[in-house]
Design a protein around this ligand. Structure first.
Ligand SMILES: NC(=O)c1ccc[n+]([C@@H]2O[C@H](COP(=O)([O-])OP(=O)(O)OC[C@H]3O[C@@H](n4cnc5c(N)ncnc54)[C@H](O)[C@@H]3O)[C@@H](O)[C@H]2O)c1
Ligand SMILES: CC(C)[C@H](C(=O)O)[C@@H](O)C(=O)O
Length: 326
């Protein structure tokens, strides 16, 4: 049966990497219909909104969404889109591929980031001209849901260990609830469980990434730590992600619009193509997901590579090599 995929390129290099992922998906023997959705700066200038209702509707109704990247209006684009697909989990694998001069080649871990709450709940206001406040929202229900998802993910992927990141030594009530809920879920599960303070975890990740498998995090911590992990595996061009809800999902690279290289045709499409592989797995097609991953892995190892990885290939040359491998 045809699957309808909302394809939203967005801004900057989103316009360059999303077509690469679509080329890869089209090379597989799958029945996908891609429907392009408008979003981004240019849309804002033309239509007065960076994310027209029509695009939101497209994401809600599609079988899944592929998103490229957004620029300075990202919070008005990607956060509502994540809400539209009701994505409670943001899954961000960080894996060092052979041939990429990753700072830490032994890195192979996954962040399971709570995707709806914390400081992203949007409860922020000016009290006076000189005083602003932000309310950090954590509920037991959302904490249980992300912890359960993390444990199920660990189980399905044969992970040895699950780590819950928190800062309950300071945010006693909110992160206290987050980590206590995860500990309750852990009692029902059969995976090695451990808790880590976010600041020390950042240090430990840089020094010993091999100690981690699945890391469940509150929202903002997952945002920051996943970019840190990108630095362990060759940069932001390498980190894919899945925003997963009960009935819908959105797949996007972790990176943004990269204004410093946008328009040059040299963006690394690996993160976007690997996000498309995650979409294939979400549809239950593990075999094609693995095929795509293997093709990317071979090209990363043998070249050609894009400039962020020390090569001189264009986005198109890299993608052609992946297509050839497939
Ligand atoms: N989900 C999103 O759409 C998202 C995520 C992060 C940032 N942003 C937005 O993107 C804009 C730029 O933010 P930033 O510069 O902090 O982050 P960025 O991810 O856009 O870029 C950070 C650095 O990584 C490099 N980089 C990122 N992706 C790359 C790729 N695929 N290939 C090669 N190099 C790559 C860039 O060239 C840049 O040097 C901001 O306006 C921000 O709001 C959007
Ligand atoms: C742009 C921003 C809203 C987004 C986030 O904070 O989730 C980004 O940093 C990311 O990691 O996808």
């Amino acid at each position: 049966m045809t699957k309808e995929i909302a394809a939203i390129p967005g801004d900057g290099i989103g316009q360059e990497v999303l077509p690469a992922a679509i080329d890869v998906l089209e090379a597989l023997d799958r029945d996908f219909e891609f429907v392009e959705g408008r979003a981004g700066n240019a849309v804002y200038e033309r239509e007065g909104t960076p994310l027209p209702e029509e695009t939101r509707e497209l994401a809600r109704e599609a079988d899944a969404t592929l998103f490229g990247a957004a620029g300075e209006l990202a919070a008005d684009i990607i956060l509502p889109l994540r809400q539209d697909v009701e994505a409670f989990a943001n899954v961000r694998p960080a894996r060092a591929y052979p041939g990429v001069d990753g700072v830490k080649p032994e890195t192979d871990l996954v962040f399971v980031r709570e995707n709806t709450q914390g400081v992203y709940a949007g409860i922020e206001s000016d009290l006076t001209d000189d005083v602003a406040t932000l309310t950090r929202l954590i509920t037991g229900e959302a904490s249980r849901k992300i912890a359960e998802y993390g444990f199920e993910y660990a189980d399905e992927h044969d992970a040895d260990r699950i780590t819950v990141a928190h800062k309950a030594n300071v945010m006693r009530t909110t992160d206290g609830l987050f980590v206590d809920t995860a500990a309750e879920v852990a009692e029902e599960m059969d995976v090695e469980y451990d808790e880590a303070l976010i600041d020390a975890l950042a240090m430990h990740l840089v020094m010993h990434p091999e100690d981690y498998d699945v890391i469940v995090t509150p929202n903002l911590a997952g945002d920051v730590l996943s970019d840190l992990a990108a630095g362990l595996v060759g940069g932001l061009g390498m980190l894919p992600s899945a925003n997963v809800g009960d009935d819908n999902a959105l797949f996007e690279p972790v990176h943004g619009s990269a204004p410093d290289i946008a328009g040059e045709g040299i963006a690394n499409p690996s993160a976007m193509i690997l996000s498309a592989a995650m979409m294939l797995e979400y549809f239950g097609d593990d075999e094609d997901g693995q095929r795509v991953r293997n093709a990317v892995e071979t090209v990363l190892e043998d070249g050609p590579r894009t400039p962020d990885l020390g090569g001189d290939a264009s986005t198109e040359e890299f993608t052609d090599a992946v297509l050839e491998e497939l």
